[in-house]
Write a protein that binds this ligand. Structure first.
Ligand code: IPM
Ligand code: MG
Length: 358
C-alpha cells in the first residue's frame, strides 16, 4: 500500500530545505504519496491559526509528517496560543507523540566544528530519548494570577505545573530500555530527584521497569550533573532518557557538541509508530530565501522517517550513506564550511546527495 506523508515545510528556511529532502526521496522512487499543508507563521497568515484544522486533519490521516521549521519574528508578538511554536506543541499533543528521539552524532569530517576539543567528540554518537507530551509543558493548572501566598502575596505571578503520571513514565521507560537494548545496553536516566517529587516518581518508575531489562545497566543522573557530563565526557553517554523540559535543554546542548545543529534530525513518535520528523534547528528567518541553508538535517529527518514510521530501513541507510559521502567529498554549506572544502548552496547540497545515492 502506498503510504502517505504530510509535508509541512513551515516558515523561514523550511521551504528550501524541504525541497531538497523531497528531491532526495523522489530520486529513490519510493512508494510514497506526498501532500503539503501550511503550518506555523505562514498558516497563521493564511488561516489565522498556526495549526489550522485542515493541516491537523492531514497530519492525523498521514503515516508520517515531514516537518520543516516554524517561527518568524513577524509573529513573535502574537498571543502565546497563536505563536508559530504552538503548531508543533499542538501536533505533538493531538497525535500523542510522546517519544522524542534526538540523536547527536559527530560526523568525522566535522569534528573540528565542535566547540569542544576534537578528541572529546570524535566518534560521538549518543541518543537522547525525551518524553514529549507531559511535564511542565502541558501540566495543569497553569496561568497568571494574583499570588495567594509566597514572598509577595497579592503580586502578579505566573505559574506552571510539573507533573508526570506513572503510566506516562512507564511507556517512555520501555522505549528507552528497548532503545538501549539495540545499542550499548547502557541507559542514563536524567532527573532532579533530590528536589522534585515528579522526579522521585520518575526515578522509582525507571528502577521498577529496569527489572524487565536485566541486560541494560541503568544509571541515574541529576540534570545539573548531566549538563556538566555532556561537556566533560560526552562519549561516556550512549542513551539518555529524560522528561520534556530537561530533554529540551539537554538536547540543544548535545546538538551543539557535534559542531553543527544543521546536521541533526529528530523524530517524535506515538505508540502506533506514526511520527513527526524534523530537523533540530529552527527556521532561521535571517537566511531564509537565500539558498544558503544546510538541508542535511531535513534530509536526515526523511531518513529517520523511513526507518521508524515506514519500515524502509535499507532506504534510510542509503540516504545516510549518501550524506556521509557528500561530506567525504568535501561539500559544505556555509554553516559547516572550512578551508579546503567546496562551499555549496542549499540546492547544490541537495543535488550532491541525490548524485551520491546512485
Ligand atoms: C524543541 C523546541 C520546542 C520545544 C519549541 C519550539 C516549542 O525548542 O523542539 O526543542 O520546546 O519543545
Ligand atoms: Mg528545544
Amino acid at each position: 500500500m502506498v503510504k502517505k506523508i504530510a509535508i509541512l515545510a513551515g516558515d523561514g528556511i523550511g521551504n528550501e530545505i524541504m525541497e531538497q529532502a523531497l528531491k532526495v526521496m523522489r530520486a529513490m522512487s519510493l512508494p510514497l504519496e506526498y501532500e503539503s499543508g501550511l503550518v506555523g507563521g505562514v498558516a497563521y497568515a493564511a488561516h489565522g491559526h498556526p495549526l489550522p484544522e485542515c493541516t491537523l486533519k492531514l497530519a492525523k490521516e498521514s503515516d508520517a509528517v515531514l516537518f520543516g521549521a516554524v517561527g518568524d519574528y513577524r509573529y513573535d508578538t502574537l498571543e502565546r496560543h497563536l505563536r508559530p511554536e504552538q503548531a508543533i506543541l499542538g501536533l505533538r499533543k493531538a497525535l500523542g507523540l510522546f517519544v522524542n528521539l534526538r540523536p547527536a552524532i559527530c560526523f568525522p569530517e566535522l569534528t573540528s566544528a565542535s566547540s569542544l576539543k576534537p578528541e572529546l567528540v570524535a566518534g560521538l554518537d549518543l541518543l537522547l530519548v525525551r518524553e514529549l507530551t507531559g511535564d511542565v509543558y502541558f501540566g495543569q493548572p497553569r496561568g497568571r494570577r494574583k499570588s495567594p501566598d509566597g514572598f509577595f502575596p497579592g503580586a502578579e505571578e505566573g505559574f506552571d505545573t510539573m507533573r508526570y503520571s506513572e503510566p506516562e513514565v512507564e511507556r517512555i521507560a520501555h522505549v528507552a530500555f528497548q532503545t538501549a537494548m539495540g545499542r550499548k545496553k547502557h541507559l542514563v536516566s536524567v532527573d532532579k530527584a533530590n528536589v522534585l517529587e515528579t522526579s522521585q516518581l520518575w526515578r522509582d518508575t525507571m528502577n521498577r521497569i529496569a527489572k524487565e531489562y536485566p541486560e541494560v545497566t541503568l544509571e541515574h543522573m541529576y540534570v545539573d550533573n548531566a549538563a556538566m557530563q555532556l561537556v566533560r565526557a560526552p562519549k561516556k553517554l550512549d542513551v539518555i532518557v529524560t522528561g520534556n523540559l530537561f530533554g529540551d535543554i539537554l538536547s540543544d546542548e548535545a546538538a551543539m557538541l557535534t559542531g553543527s545543529i544543521g546536521m541533526l534530525a529528530s523524530a517524535a513518535l506515538n505508540e502506533k509508530k506514526q511520527g513527526l520528523y524534523e530537523p533540530s534547528h529552527g527556521s532561521a528567518p535571517d537566511i531564509a530565501g537565500k539558498n544558503i541553508a544546510n538541508p542535511l538535517a531535513q534530509i536526515l529527518s526523511a531518513a529517520m522517517m523511513l526507518r521508524y514510521s515506514l519500515d524502509m530501513p535499507d532506504e534510510a541507510v542509503a540516504i545516510e550513506e549518501a550524506v556521509k559521502q557528500v561530506l567525504r567529498q568535501g561539500y559544505r554549506t556555509g554553516d559547516i564550511w572550512s578551508e579546503g572544502c567546496t562551499k555549496v548552496s542549499c540546492s547544490e547540497m541537495g543535488d550532491a546527495v541525490v548524485k551520491a545515492l546512485r
